[in-house]
Design a protein around this ligand. Structure first.
Ligand SMILES: [Zn+2]
Length: 258
């Protein structure tokens, strides 16, 4: 059995000293692939170089709202050109974050990147923070048919259903390892198993018991264990379905990459 970490930032400098060991340690835990979500124009080349040398890595490229201050209008044009020249599993990580500044600029860059994904027939990988409801009408109006992944889902069962109805998969990460996350845990416990994916968001979002430490793809095993505890299905069935759903997600970008 194998696991796919569907969301990481393994290209961050915090992995520069031991990236190969980090990937090997994840593989020893059954991790077959690690997907990397882009954050800013300056990171795309690093991501591409890493994946070119390691078939276990896959890339999405985008402009993340955390870095809104540094993004320029010209970066969206550069993203369009970059995606024309490089393989990508999705446009991402993109979205809206109510705790970050420049919300109007976030919104306009988000809309432009949704339009780009639609034009290129690529799914999107979405970041949200206190913006789950706000993003829905934008996805309906501008989002790609290929849907995407709502990364690090944290919300109610009703919000989860709004996303799955729009062809979005639910990224299940470290949040479910915290017992205080009752609403999210209940939503994921009751969701359809085939709309769930596993992720770490390494080096961010440490799981319970590892606060203050760098998160790593190998910890996805603990996320899986926490998910299995929440779900009615047997562990093997959960693992099998998540692996299959991850592979099926890659096909959403396939029409365009061929
Ligand atoms: Zn991320």
């Amino acid at each position: 059995m194998a696991i796919i970490d569907t969301h990481s930032h393994l290209f961050f400098a915090s992995f520069d000293d031991d990236r190969d060991q980090v990937i090997s340690a994840a593989q020893a835990q059954g991790v077959e692939q690690i997907w990397m979500a882009g954050v800013a124009r300056e990171s795309w080349q690093t991501q591409a170089s890493l994946a070119a040398n390691d078939s276990r890595l896959r890339n999405a490229y985008g402009l993340h709202p955390y870095f809104i201050e540094q993004h320029q209008q010209s970066d969206v044009d550069a993203l369009a050109q970059w995606l024309a020249d490089h393989d990508a599993i999705a446009v991402g990580e993109i979205g809206l974050d109510a705790t970050c500044a420049h919300f109007d600029k976030q919104r306009s860059l988000f809309i432009e990147q949704l339009k780009l994904a639609k034009k290129l027939q690529l799914p999107v990988i979405l970041h949200h923070r206190k913006t789950l409801d706000e993003m829905i009408p934008l996805l309906k109006q501008y989002g790609p048919e290929q849907g995407g992944i709502i990364h690090a889902f944290s919300g109610s069962a009703q919000q989860l259903q709004h996303y799955t109805a729009l062809n979005y998969l639910i990224g299940v990460g470290g949040v479910i390892t915290y017992s205080r996350a009752q609403k999210t845990r209940a939503a994921i416990a009751n969701a359809s198993l085939d709309c769930l994916l596993l992720e770490t968001d390494s080096p961010d979002m440490p799981i319970a018991g590892y606060q203050g430490q760098r998160n790593e793809p190998k910890r996805i095993k603990q996320v899986l264990d926490a998910l299995v505890e929440l779900r009615p299905e047997a562990a093997a069935e959960v693992e099998q379905q998540l692996f299959q759903t991850s592979h099926q997600f890659l096909l959403r970008a396939k029409a365009r990459n061929q």
